[in-house]
Design a protein around this ligand. Structure first.
Ligand SMILES: N[C@@H](CCC(=O)N[C@@H](CS)C(=O)NCC(=O)O)C(=O)O
Length: 198
């Protein structure tokens, strides 16, 4: 059984939502970042960054929320959380999966810190561009790939929920609100929210 190292009210939410979407049993290992559980030598031996979430699957261990999404979607293909290799939709799936940590996260940091960077040099361009691109993609809906829900929605939906609804770091837009509502209507999202509340 996979073990998910998690902490309440943290980025662990996406991994909790993911595991709940699979319908597979998993063990939750509480790693409370408010008391430093993520900095013990035992935990650092698994994940040297000392951050949650992290996942153990037998001999395999990994962290980074989007990587966990990709890994679990591959391990449980029956959960239909990723277009299979060879399906043209897989290209967009990978694009959006990487977009979450590669563009949404730094855009949020930019909004929070008001740091100015040359958008040509910054990998995410700038926050305005990131949220404009997302807005256009989500206006179609219902999911980031269109009709098909995937682990990319878990990465994007968690990021937007965090940035727009929970922490109000990014300006809201009608397409974001509708998308977050659709994510939040999923039973797996609701179960994960209860768990993540601690
Ligand atoms: N890039 C990581 C970020 C994980 C992360 O920053 N986790 C925070 C909680 S939201 C954490 O573990 N903080 C504890 C610490 O840095 O000591 C991911 O996407 O999973």
């Amino acid at each position: 059984m996979m073990q998910l190292y998690w902490s309440p009210r943290s980025r662990s939410f996406s991994a909790l939502w993911l595991m709940e979407e699979t319908g597979q049993p998993y063990e939750r290992v509480l790693t409370d970042i408010s008391n430093g559980a993520q900095k013990t030598p035992e935990y650092l031996a698994i994940i040297p960054m000392g951050k949650v979430p992290a996942l153990r699957d037998g001999e395999a261990t990994l962290a980074e929320s989007a990587a966990i999404c990709a890994y679990v979607a591959e391990r449980y293909p029956q959960a239909n959380l990723a277009p299979p290799v060879g399906d043209p939709l897989r290209a967009k799936y990978l694009y959006w999966l990487f977009f979450a940590p590669g563009c949404i996260e730094p855009a949020m940091v930019q909004l929070a810190t008001k740091i100015e960077m040359n958008p040509v040099a910054a990998g995410w361009g700038d926050a305005q561009l990131v949220f404009d691109v997302l807005d256009t993609a989500l206006a179609r809906g219902p999911w980031i790939l269109g009709e098909i829900f995937s682990a990319a929605d878990i990465a994007i939906g968690s990021g937007l929920n965090f940035a727009v609804r929970l922490f109000k770091m990014a300006p809201s837009r009608p397409s974001f609100e509708r998308y977050i509502d659709r994510c939040a209507a999923r039973p797996a999202f609701q179960r994960a929210s209860i768990i993540a509340a601690g």
